[in-house]
Ligand binder design. Structure first.
Ligand SMILES: [Zn+2]
Ligand SMILES: [Zn+2]
Length: 353
């Protein structure tokens, strides 16, 4: 069968190759791929900056934002042929650390976790894939054309879960949230904020393309005149930072109201320097009881929360987040960045929506 594979840490090695057919183990589903989302992590792997091949192999099947249709499910499992499913990205480390032992592999302490399509386990960008039943999550069949948004939605479901947990250390009735960045993570974070009943503001740089209207259609407020303007309008109790841009990260931390919570979800390259007034930042954090929390990945609770959030969302709005659908053989186009892209996905023959 065909798969999109890469030699990790080797630029220009991404290509569609023939790989062995997969056979499901006793507790595994065999799944026909429908679509795979492409994100910044995939682009970093494609440029040779990230990723690990499975032990003893050169090539890794890429793809962690999965969506597929069950071809075969073992008897007695909760799944049946035809079910729409997403495979979880991360697996617990083999030790396991305390967090992994408690099902919180998203919080792994020793870094020895593995990840489908990223770290030592083949991903989901192959025509068929297998997944352990306990790491498969079923989606409403009506989400066939948008279910590929599940994995980025799990990331923001975790971010909101973190905000809630940090907030509950004292009286917590937040009113407003500011999301910095209107990419897939930012827009999905805004969606979940609106679903929580918050007044949501979103900051990005662009003034055209689909982003301003996508924000407006959530009944959220779009800002493009910089952080100061957005903060003045939003006076946010919560900031979800989804750009990883240093100036925005520190600006966001300083921007929150008293008892403000900033959740950082954007990964930035190392080596970018910024001059900050450390004394002022410290004063603000202390005197306002502010909290800053980093958040990455997601566990099964967040997958379930994300499935609920997608099922509750306006279907047409979700469909507009997928701005390009590219067939597997034209993968190179999917890895190009274009103006007006929100989420680009690879599609598979077996899985035309
Ligand atoms: Zn991703
Ligand atoms: Zn662990």
């Amino acid at each position: 069968m065909r798969a999109l594979t890469v030699v990790p840490r080797q630029a220009h090695s991404l290509e569609v190759t023939d790989v062995d057919d997969v056979e499901p183990g006793p507790d595994e589903l065999l799944v026909d791929a429908v679509a795979v989302g492409v994100c910044g992590t995939d682009r970093e792997i494609a440029t040779g900056d990230y990723g690990w091949a499975p032990p003893g192999r050169d090539r890794l099947v890429i793809g962690h934002e999965s969506l597929g249709e069950v071809r075969y499910a073992p008897d007695g499992s909760d799944f049946a042929a035809g079910d729409l499913v997403v495979g979880v990205v991360r697996r617990p480390d083999p030790v396991p650390c305390g967090a992994c032992a408690h099902g919180q592999f998203d919080m792994c302490r020793n870094g020895r976790y593995t990840e489908r399509g990223i770290k030592q386990i083949d991903g989901y960008a192959s025509e068929r894939w297998t997944v352990e039943t306990q790491y498969a999550v079923r989606l409403d069949r009506g989400l066939r054309d948008v279910g590929v948004l599940m994995e980025p939605t799990t990331v923001v479901a975790k971010a909101w879960d973190q905000v809630q947990r940090v907030g509950e250390r004292a009286w917590f009735e937040p009113r407003t949230a500011l999301v910095t960045g209107a990419g897939p993570i930012g827009l999905l974070a805004a969606l979940l904020g609106v679903q929580r009943g918050l007044e949501v503001h979103v900051l990005d740089r662009v003034t055209d393309g689909p982003k301003p209207q996508l924000v407006a259609d959530l009944d959220a407020t779009y800002h493009h005149d910089g952080l100061e303007d957005a903060v003045a309008a939003a006076q946010p109790d919560i900031v979800i930072e989804a750009t990883g841009v240093g100036a925005l990260v520190f600006g966001a931390i300083a921007a929150t109201a008293s008892f403000g919570i900033t959740c950082l979800t954007g990964v930035s390259p190392a080596g970018r320097r910024l001059t900050i007034d450390a004394g002022q930042l410290n004063r603000e954090l202390v005197l306002e009881n502010d909290a800053v929390v980093g958040s990455v990945n997601a566990n099964l609770d967040h997958y379930r929360a994300a499935a609920d959030a997608l099922a509750r969302a306006d279907h047409d709005w979700l469909a507009r987040l997928v701005t390009r659908r590219v067939p597997l053989e034209r993968y190179a186009e999917a890895f190009e960045r274009r103006d007006d892209d929100v989420k680009v996905v690879l599609t598979f023959d077996g899985g035309a929506p």
